[in-house]
Design a protein around this ligand. Structure first.
Ligand code: CA
Length: 375
């Protein structure tokens, strides 16, 4: 029953189209300006709106694109169809790396991506996706929700007129796909690798050439030899991309992305125009989508890894300890330097590092001690 009602509402909204909703909104704001009513009229709960969500992911891409779909579906269902969200894959409405500006300018009301793509907007943005040798997925959520992380993220996005939410987490990623073996630090020399964010800067200082490419361009670049290596996410996503067809060696662990947070960001004017209950629905639907994605990756990665190794004969390898130790040392420098670029980055860094120390101390005697005992 409820579901049918939702579909019906969504269909009506789709028939009416976004322009009608926009007219309603314009009419409301005209009324607000032209009358001296001190309070905006309370929402009756009957009007429907349709928002656009632009994403950096290929449409329906497993885990990430479907994570964006899941968030949109939750908002529609939780609001009883009052707010529906239409999801656009990368390039459908705007190219992957233009979604930040598109939502900032109001071309779409919401975006779904990863904050480290916006390093050019703010150095501090990178801390809200992943920091090399930083927080795991569970620790990221703890920092964001109970360690002041969300408040800092809101501060970083405020100058762009955006309200951020955490909207997914991949867990520990894989180190990536390589066309040659990495047996020593010297093997990183001259390596052209798709690796975004702070991890890319670390590779650069280790002698490699980092490249930033959206998901859809990775496979052809690796296959043509334009890049020698790539990281993407983990077995579940990497299998779906067919990366095993373009490179042979699959390395772990993903030192550069130990628990990457996916983001949703909302145009601030659009968010503020929502009644309180819909604001809460958008915020809490994100929270559900965030936790659910981590659960999905944890459930699916090992099955996909099995398929990669057993059916596709992938060469699975751990990075040598010497290589990881070197990357860790460089990472500490790179992250501290990123933090020194502006006062807000420094503030985020200090919060992040102090939280990491605390999380590590607790997890040394809880998660880690238990996992050691179990194995
Ligand atoms: Ca990645």
């Amino acid at each position: 029953m409820e579901r049918r009602g939702f579909i019906k509402n969504a269909a009506v909204t789709a028939l009416l189209g976004g322009s009608v909703a926009a007219c309603d909104k314009a009419e409301q704001s005209t009324q607000e300006v032209s009358t001296s009513a001190p309070e905006p009229a309370p929402a009756t709960g009957s009007e429907t709106m349709e928002w656009k969500m632009v994403t950096t992911w290929p449409k329906n891409f497993p885990g990430l694109g479907t994570g964006a779909n899941h968030l949109a579906k939750l908002i529609g269902e939780m609001s009883g169809g009052r707010l529906t969200v239409k999801v656009y894959g990368a390039g459908e409405l705007v190219p992957a790396f233009e979604i930040f500006d598109a939502v900032s300018q109001g071309t779409a009301e919401m975006g779904h991506g990863a904050a480290y793509y916006w390093k050019g907007k703010s150095e501090a943005a990178q801390f809200f996706t992943a920091v090399p040798f930083g927080l795991t997925g569970q620790e990221m959520n703890s920092w964001l929700y109970h360690g002041n992380g969300m408040e800092l993220w809101a501060e970083v996005y405020a100058p762009f007129g955006l309200v951020p939410t955490a909207a997914g987490n991949t867990g520990v990623q894989m180190g990536g796909w390589f066309n040659k073996e990495i047996n020593s630090v010297a093997d990183l020399e001259g390596l052209k690798m798709r690796i975004p964010g702070l991890g890319g800067e670390v590779l650069k200082r280790a002698g490699g050439t980092p490249v930033s490419l959206p998901g859809g361009e990775i496979f052809p670049s690796l296959q043509s030899g334009a890049i020698d290596a790539t990281e993407w996410v983990g077995p579940y996503n990497d299998l779906a991309f067919g990366l095993y067809k373009a490179a042979k060696h699959y390395y772990y662990p993903g030192w550069h992305e130990p628990g990457s947070t996916m983001e949703c960001f909302i145009n601030r004017d659009a968010f503020r125009a929502l009644p309180d209950d819909l604001q809460s629905i958008v915020t809490n639907a994100s929270r559900v989508a965030n936790q659910d994605m981590l659960a999905e990756y944890t459930a699916r990665n090992n099955q996909a890894l099995k398929s990669l190794v057993e059916e596709h004969r992938v060469d699975l390898r751990k990075f040598p300890n010497e290589v990881l130790a070197k990357l860790k040392a460089i990472s500490d420098e790179v992250v501290a330097e990123a933090a020194a670029k502006d006062p807000l980055s420094r503030k985020v860094y200090e919060s992040f590092v102090s939280f990491r120390d605390q999380a590590k101390a607790w997890h040394d005697i809880s998660e880690r001690a238990y996992m050691n005992a179990r194995s």
